[in-house]
Design a protein around this ligand. Structure first.
Ligand SMILES: Nc1nc2c(c(=O)[nH]1)N[C@H]1C(S)=C(S)[C@@H](COP(=O)(O)OP(=O)(O)OC[C@H]3O[C@@H](n4cnc5c(=O)[nH]c(N)nc54)[C@H](O)[C@@H]3O)O[C@H]1N2
Ligand SMILES: Nc1nc2c(c(=O)[nH]1)N[C@H]1C(S)=C(S)[C@@H](COP(=O)(O)OP(=O)(O)OC[C@H]3O[C@@H](n4cnc5c(=O)[nH]c(N)nc54)[C@H](O)[C@@H]3O)O[C@H]1N2
Ligand code: SF4
Ligand SMILES: [Mo]
Length: 647
């Protein structure tokens, strides 16, 4: 038996180091977590463990061309010549901005996701701001801290209090969750969860606080007020390291127990309990979830919560995704630095209407399934179905988006190619060795982009540069504990992290009152905006579930269940019973789902697994608006309101 070390390339907090065991015929027998990696701790999630099953199911076997309403198999020569010819025509007839390169984090390897952008940067194609997931939170933290990096997951082990705030770690980050449980076992660490829903994480918490969705600014100010009123704060730290405390004090003082209770729906005794826990259990880690920042109030929720650790005297005592804090020269790998110009960037969240409006004539999609995952699906699908838009999809599997393509090109999965994955939860890094030979007629993203470049007659040398040489150069200042060569030979290294007390704000301090925000016309301090649920409507929350990574793994585990969870009081009022089929609807669309009645959700809030399809095949995301947030242009998935009626 042979073992190969690789790294799970999925869009996930945990970026696991994996050991793939091969049988005598080179087939994969098992995929296990590598015990050497202190975050992976020797185990995988239900998805990682089944990746070798997914390898053989529903794969794009070869290049395919659309012929009317079906696809015809072709070879690479033909597939690439159709793509290049069409691209060439569009570039000649329109501007390069009529070409959209649409990618996301289906595979986070530098070779798969970043290097291929060289082609699109060279021709000057439009690209997106990548704000579909976590950008609003990053921009929110940057307003006060200069940058969004915080604690490293491994530090959880030395915390007395860990607060998962809008973060369903037991499902979305099983390895950080495991670290928190280890800390609880080893040193009695208290685990607090703040979530409108009794998530699997909330179920296992020592304290669960249940605010209404979108009310966390009020909750955070309540906690802050309690800390200040009771002298639980570290005045020396505040004096030395922060700016704007007086303004914060005034602002927080307005959040009286009554007012906090009224907006959040949380009894003050719980707010007090949380504040007391923060005051007495030190050090603490405030784990800010990505789920928390995908709503109307998203960025301001992150801003307000991030003040708590600073008041307690902790340098960056929070965690938020940290991928962009390493000194990896990504713009060198992507060619943006070499192209000498910045491409036109459009808001990813707002794409649906742009595509529907005919703003693009050629769309090349890689590592993303936008016909399921973008908001405002009806508009997006109408857009990619336009006769005057040519759509190319480079995919490992037959996805919904592939169904809309004019050309589908087969891609190798991470198990079938080599790469270097940049983690966004922790800072361990390791070379991804190829585990198996490609099992379909796939070609890597680097290969495909070069073939297209050649066919277009592009001559920039950096398009044809060896990708690993580019990566080596990009990592020049990033690695710790070894060189690029040691990395390639299989050693696990770490990315250097910046000092926690390095605040790249204008004042060099933590700015409770953000001077940058003031300068660009944003509220200098976070504010609680009203929760808008019209009478009779529900807030629809959607979040990640254990068996799927966004839309992936349906070939292994079946369809993402078309279900909605509803509180028993609401169900009774509406005459809805367990198993009934209901229609969730708003002005954008309607989706039929089966009801589960459970008080894991509060009244007036319903919950569905994210990125699913209804019983009639309708995308859940047809209900979500595509209006980006003011800060960071992030999405508002969790501010979706719907009516729910029996079908
Ligand atoms: N199993 C699995 N793991 C994943 C993924 C996956 O698809 N499957 N996807 C990965 C990706 S891309 C991401 S972005 C992360 C997401 O993982 P998380 O950061 O955990 O985010 P979500 O799953 O969106 O939601 C987390 C929780 O936030 C709660 N929430 C929603 N709105 C609010 C609010 O206003 N206030 C508060 N306090 N809580 C709120 C929801 O009820 C939910 O339980 O997970 C990653 N890990
Ligand atoms: N309702 C609702 N919608 C949401 C969210 C929500 O909370 N609620 N969350 C949003 C968030 S946080 C995110 S991150 C997005 C995720 O949105 P997407 O990134 O679109 O999600 P995936 O379904 O994982 O799509 C990734 C695709 O990449 C493909 N892929 C995997 N590996 C490779 C590879 O090596 N090469 C190529 N070429 N392709 C590959 C996979 O097969 C898959 O189809 O969804 C967003 N949508
Ligand atoms: S999806 Fe996440 S938790 Fe699962 S194996 Fe991959 S990195 Fe680990
Ligand atoms: Mo995400």
């Amino acid at each position: 038996m042979k073992q190969v070390s690789t790294v799970c390339a999925r869009d996930c907090y945990d970026t696991c180091a994996l050991i793939v065991t091969l049988g005598e015929l080179g087939q994969i027998l098992s995929i296990k977590g590598d015990p050497k990696n202190p975050v992976t701790q020797g185990f995988t999630c239900p998805r990682g463990a089944k990746d070798h099953e997914r390898l053989y199911k529903n794969r794009v076997e070869a290049p395919f061309l659309r012929k009317g309403d079906h696809f015809e198999r072709t070879d690479w020569e033909k597939g690439l010549s159709v793509v290049s010819q069409k691209l060439g025509e569009i570039l000649e007839k329109y501007s390069s901005e009529a070409v959209l390169y649409l990618d996301y984090a289906g595979n986070m390897g530098l070779l798969t996701a970043v290097f291929p952008r060289r082609l699109w940067n060279d021709i000057g194609a439009t690209q997106t701001d990548w704000a579909l997931c976590s950008n609003s939170g990053h921009k929110a933290l940057a307003l006060h801290y200069g940058h969004s990096y915080g604690i490293r997951p491994i530090e959880i082990l030395s915390m007395d209090l860990v607060v998962f705030w809008g973060f369903n770690a037991a499902v979305s980050s099983p390895h950080m969750w495991s670290l928190a449980k280890k800390a609880r076992k080893l040193r009695g660490t208290q685990i607090v969860v703040i979530d409108p829903r009794e998530s699997p994480t909330a179920k296992s918490a020592d304290l669960w606080i249940q605010p209404m969705p979108g009310s966390d600014v009020a909750l955070a100010y309540g906690v802050i007020n309690h800390l200040i009123q009771n002298d639980y704060i570290d005045l020396e730290f505040i004096k030395e390291w922060t700016l704007g405390f007086e303004q914060l004090k005034v602002k927080a003082s307005k959040w009286t127990p009554d007012r906090v209770e009224q907006i959040t729906g949380v009894a003050w005794r719980y707010v007090k309990q949380l504040g007391d826990a923060y005051a007495s259990l030190k050090p603490s880690a405030t784990m800010i979830g990505i789920g928390l920042q995908k709503c109307d109030q998203g960025a301001d929720q992150v801003r307000a919560i991030s003040f708590i650790p600073a008041l307690l005297g902790l340098h960056r005592g929070f965690f938020y995704s940290s991928g962009n804090s390493f000194s990896v020269n990504e713009s060198l790998v992507s060619g943006q630095a070499l192209a000498g110009r910045t491409p036109k960037i459009v808001e990813q969240v707002a794409l649906a209407d742009l595509v529907k409006g005919g703003g693009f004539k050629f769309i090349y999609i890689s590592c993303m399934n936008p016909a399921m995952t973008l908001p405002n699906q009806h508009a997006f699908r109408e857009g990619i179905s336009r006769q005057d838009v040519f759509v190319v999809v480079h995919e490992t599997h037959w996805t919904k988006t592939a169904q809309y393509a004019d050309v589908v090109l087969p891609a190798p999965t991470y198990l079938e190619k080599e790469d270097l994955v940049i983690p966004w939860g922790h800072n361990y890094v390791q070379y991804s060795r190829r585990a198996v030979r490609p099992i379909t007629n796939s070609r890597s993203e680097v290969w495909v982009m070069r073939e297209i470049a050649e066919r277009l007659g592009l001559t920039e040398e950096w398009l044809y540069e060896d990708a690993w040489s580019a990566v080596e150069l990009a990592l020049e200042n990033a690695l710790e504990g070894g060189s690029f060569q040691s990395l390639i030979s299989g050693e696990m290294l770490t990315f250097k992290t910046k000092p926690k007390n390095d605040y790249s704000t204008p004042s060099g301090k933590i700015e409770f009152y953000s001077s940058i925000a003031a300068e660009i016309g944003l509220n200098p301090m976070p504010i609680q905006t009203p929760l808008c649920i019209e009478k009779g409507n529900f807030i629809l929350l959607t979040s990640a579930t254990p068996k799927f990574t966004s839309t992936q793994f349906q070939e292994v585990y079946g369809a993402i269940p078309p279900v909605v969870t509803m509180n028993s009081q609401d169900a009774e009022r509406l005459g809805i019973r367990e198993g009934h089929i209901v229609t969730m609807a708003n002005e954008r669309g309607q989706v039929q789902v089966k009801v589960t009645i459970s008080n894991t959700v509060p009244e007036r809030v319903v919950w569905s697994p994210r990125q699913s399809e209804g019983l009639a095949g309708e995308p859940l995301n047809c209900l979500v608006n595509s209006n980006p947030q003011e800060i960071g242009s992030g999405p508002r998935f969790n501010s979706t309101t719907v009516t729910v009626t029996r079908h």
